[in-house]
Design a protein around this ligand. Structure first.
Ligand SMILES: [Zn+2]
Length: 450
């Protein structure tokens, strides 16, 4: 071999090694953004929201100091401050809509309003949308009581504060497509605000690639069992998609795709990104759409066919949830800021921010992801189509054993087809796109190519 050839070979090896490393290194900009999350900001937001006395969906809308109306206008005014710093790319509205009396938790026809900020993307050809939410409304012991104090510090000023912190930090950067930050209302009355937005998105054929709901992310002590743990947060994701068709059901059963819904892929993605960017926080994947027999603001999005998950603290405290503020037998009840763990809440917000910005900078996901099944072989061959738009640097083929909760290995390739020495009988696979800074798309589960 001539010396020049040896040099070329060396360079090739060096470059390919460097290239692989690039897919796993941290993006310094995301690290910087994560460092900008401040627990003091979020505590101030929570205390401000508590100061409105009650934010019950059907509470006063006229007063500037008490009730849901004052809270809505304050959140909008904060969005408008961030908008100034964004050079006008962030815009905000209160999206009003009417809910008819439902004979349940809406006594008379009522006007509700989600407070929403939209950060426009820089690429007009990229129609993707990301949504992050918390719910602005709160409740007392009686869900119809719109008058008593309902501080709602954890449920869910915590989620609203996280969403606002992301809006503040992210609106100072540019992203190719649309990001929506929203404080929904009507959660406690029946998920009405989220349902309204999910219907707007469905009717408008929005290309929502992920919806992230934060509901109760600021408490780290369980009532009764007194478990104290600020190192874990739950991410709920649906197992079988609500809108699964008969053909999809058949395919799921034949490929054993019972644990690989798009929302479950998003949950795993959050776990990967959190491990990468957030210290001392584990994502606890819960294999259900929400807590047992319950729902949250991501549920209407799931029901409309979107990929959606919920962040929720590991340990809930029922002394401070859906309780009138009162003292009984020396126990203080009520959802008050003094019972919150703002450092814990900060870590959960960092996890949101790292996930949201990674997705917001990601190339589009691969399409037509398939796995060849015509030959009996101990290798597996996967093939896919490169997405349009932002240039793709390469692809990760993700691998895990069938009994594993999380991806165990990623093989980086540049081509749109790869043969790997792992049998499809023993492993699950998925493929995601990666850009030169390591931002990756949501993984796509392959279907058989016959
Ligand atoms: Zn809630």
């Amino acid at each position: 071999m001539k010396p020049t050839s040896i040099l070329c070979l060396f360079l090739l090896l060096f470059i390919s090694h460097t290239n692989y490393a690039q897919t796993t290194v941290d993006d310094p900009e995301i690290k910087k953004m994560v460092a900008e999350v401040k627990s003091e900001n979020m505590e101030a937001t929570v205390r401000k929201l508590v100061s409105f006395g009650t934010r019950h969906t059907l509470s006063d809308t006229k007063s500037n100091t008490r009730g849901i109306g004052a809270a809505q206008r304050w959140v909008k005014s904060e969005f408008d401050k961030y908008a100034l710093a964004s050079g006008g790319r962030l815009t905000s509205i209160i999206d009003f809509f009417t809910i008819k009396a439902d004979g349940r938790r809406i006594a008379t026809d009522s006007q509700l309003g989600n407070v929403m900020a939209t950060l426009k993307g820089t690429d007009p050809t990229d129609d993707r949308v990301l949504i992050i939410s918390g719910h602005l409304d709160s409740r007392a012991s009686d869900v119809m009581d719109a008058k008593s104090d309902a501080p709602g510090a954890n449920d869910d000023a915590s989620g609203v504060a996280a969403m606002m912190e992301l809006a503040r930090i992210m609106s100072q950067r540019e992203f190719p497509f649309t990001l929506i930050f929203v404080a929904v209302v009507g959660e406690e009355q029946g998920l009405y605000g989220a349902k309204h937005l999910a219907d707007v998105a469905k009717d408008g054929k929005w290309n929502v690639i992920a919806m992230i709901n934060n509901d109760m992310i600021g408490n780290s002590l369980s009532s009764g069992t007194l478990l104290r743990d600020n190192t874990k947060v739950r991410v709920f994701s649906e197992t079988i998609p609500f809108l699964e068709t008969e053909a999809e059901s058949k395919m799921r059963k034949s490929t054993n795709r019972d644990n690989d819904s798009p929302s479950r892929q998003l949950a795993r993605y959050i776990k990967t990104v959190t491990n990468q960017y957030v210290e001392q926080l584990d994502i606890n994947l819960v294999y259900r759409n929400d807590r047992f027999l319950r729902g949250g603001d991501h549920t209407p999005f799931s029901q409309n066919g979107f990929t959606a998950i919920r962040f929720c603290e590991m340990n809930e405290n029922y002394d401070h949830q859906h309780q009138n503020v009162r003292k009984e037998n020396n126990i203080q009840y009520g959802d008050l800021a003094e019972f919150m763990d703002f450092e814990y809440m900060k870590k959960v917000t960092c996890s949101n921010l790292a996930t949201f910005s990674n997705l917001a900078w990601s190339p589009k996901a691969p399409t037509n992801v398939g796995i060849e099944v015509k030959d009996l072989t101990n290798f597996s061959t996967l093939a896919w189509t490169a997405p349009e738009g932002k240039s793709v640097y390469g692809y990760n083929i993700l691998i895990r054993e069938t009994s594993s909760q999380h991806w165990e290995k990623a093989i980086f390739v540049k081509d749109t087809k790869a043969e790997i020495p792992y049998s499809k009988d023993n492993f699950f696979f998925a493929v995601q796109t990666v850009d030169a800074l390591g931002h990756s798309s949501l993984p796509v589960f392959p279907i058989p190519i016959r």
